[in-house]
Design a protein around this ligand. Structure first.
Ligand SMILES: Cc1ncc(COP(=O)(O)O)c(C=O)c1O
Length: 454
């Protein structure tokens, strides 16, 4: 057997073993970063080792430091698991090793993105014909969309930022909700807009931007303006009121961007679609496929209504490139990159429209089951209206809440992650894995009860 065949066989066995064992391993890793460093940090090897042995050793060394994210009981941060069709297609994506930047370099990868992009717009209820850029994640989706926004609002003020840069440009106001995700601030910084350009609008108890306060903020100034709204707040899972806020932004000729890293998927289910009423009237939308759609990292989507605004930012004409119509590299910050369209196309084909609808509805149902199970536990509180996939919990005073979270991690049955909400220590639970069953939620509730009573 040649080295490659032997290595791939071993990798397949190891992958199967990892997946088969997901239900039985502790969800939180047994080893910390320092332990992993001790295991991996050897001098750079002087000589070659057969690929099969390398793969085997690597899997053995890192096993204790892996988090059971693809299983059914990881509820930390907002992390999707990996659907079987997406995982299998992702293996092939690595094997095919396509460079998805140019249609001429990989006609297959480019066509997969075109079709997946069209299907995604349909599922998400966004305008047909919008530009869909396949980027690494929500961060780069926000960045890419806001790059188009920056171009567009400055162009409307008579300033070509592509040609002149930002020095001497009219100041841009970036209006954000109190509970926007940190990646919005980071994107504004990377785009040279500066954190001082951010005007923060107060939110309500569920973290939704307040329309009256948005109007007041916008009335307080003028000039090129970008309004950033949010579909899915990481603590409460709630949605900004788009039917009220987008018309307010429009009265000020603002560009409207929506960060819907996980929340934009609410559009796929009739039970939650109302939360996104009016969202299609925005100019750009950022979302992740590696969250609610359950494809492997890295997979974000930068969606912009007007392709010309994307072309103005990412368009290139280097002589050595073989230009085709609508090359993927003209929709994203990267040139060479992974063919992210294949796993997305695969999971959409595997699930179909009804399967995605069912997936989203199931995640919401499991979140509701979790909230209904936690609320009656003595000393426990569910702090949010569970409208989507997030459950926000506290277990008494801050020390107790933190201790319950720590015990839950040590117990190994399930993972919630800590945060602070309204000045109070909380434990966040995000139901984002296709693999989470009713039984997983039951087991988690038993573990939470154990952690509380301890
Ligand atoms: C609302 C929101 N925006 C942006 C992000 C960043 O996404 P990513 O980690 O994929 O870059 C997240 C991640 O949880 C998020 O919840």
């Amino acid at each position: 057997m040649d080295d490659r065949t032997a290595a791939l066989r071993r990798a397949h066995e190891l992958a199967q073993g990892f997946l088969d064992g997901l239900n039985d391993r502790p969800v939180w890793p047994r080893a910390a970063y320092g332990d992993m460093l001790a295991a991996l940090d050897t001098p750079l090897p002087e000589n070659p080792t057969p690929a099969e042995d390398v793969v085997g050793e690597l899997a053995e060394q890192v096993d204790d430091g892996l988090v059971a994210i693809p299983g059914g009981r990881f509820f930390g941060f907002v992390n999707g698991a990996t659907h079987p069709a997406a995982l299998a297609a992702d293996w092939l994506t690595s094997t095919w090793d396509q460079n998805a930047g140019l249609a001429s370099m990989s006609p297959a990868a480019a066509a997969a993105e075109t079709v997946a992009g069209r299907w995604l717009l349909e599922l998400l209820g966004l305008p047909a014909g919008s530009s869909v850029g396949f980027v690494t994640g929500g961060m780069m989706a926000n960045f890419s969309c806001l790059a188009s926004a920056r171009h567009s609002v400055l162009a409307a003020a008579g300033w070509d930022v592509a040609e002149h840069g930002l020095a001497g440009a009219p100041p841009v106001r970036v209006v954000v909700g109190e509970h926007r995700h940190d990646t919005i601030d980071r994107a504004a910084r990377l785009l040279g807009l500066g954190s001082r350009s951010l005007l923060t609008v107060p939110a309500d108890g569920q973290g939704r931007i307040r329309p009256d306060a948005l109007a007041e903020t916008l009335d307080g100034g003028s000039g090129p303006t970008i309004v950033c709204l949010q579909a899915g707040e990481v603590h409460t899972g709630d949605f900004d009121p788009f039917t009220e806020t987008i018309p307010i932004a429009r009265r000020h000729d603002a560009w409207v961007h929506v960060d819907g890293a996980f929340g934009l998927w609410a559009a796929a289910s009739p039970a939650t679609r109302h939360l996104l009423a009016g969202v299609a009237d925005a100019d750009s939308w950022a979302t992740d496929a590696h969250k609610t759609l359950n494809v492997p990292y890295d997979s974000g989507l930068a969606i912009v209504r007007d392709k010309a605004d994307v072309q103005a930012v990412f368009g290139v004409r280097a002589d050595y490139l073989i230009a085709a119509v609508e090359d993927p590299l003209e929709r994203t910050p990267e040139f060479s990159r992974r063919a992210r369209g294949f796993p997305i196309l695969a999971v959409l084909r595997s699930l179909g429209r009804s399967g995605v609808e069912e997936l989203v509805a199931r995640l919401c149902a499991r979140a509701t089951q979790m909230a209904e199970g936690i609320a009656p536990i003595l000393g426990a509180e569910v702090l949010n209206d569970v409208v989507f996939t997030q459950v926000l919990t506290a277990f008494g005073d801050d020390d107790t809440t933190r201790a319950v979270g720590q015990r839950l991690l040590a117990d190994g049955t399930a993972v919630f992650t800590p945060s602070v909400w309204a000045g109070r220590a909380v434990q966040r639970c995000s139901v984002s894995s296709w693999a989470t069953t009713r039984e997983d939620v039951e087991k988690t509730l038993t573990a939470v009860r154990r952690a509380v009573s301890a």
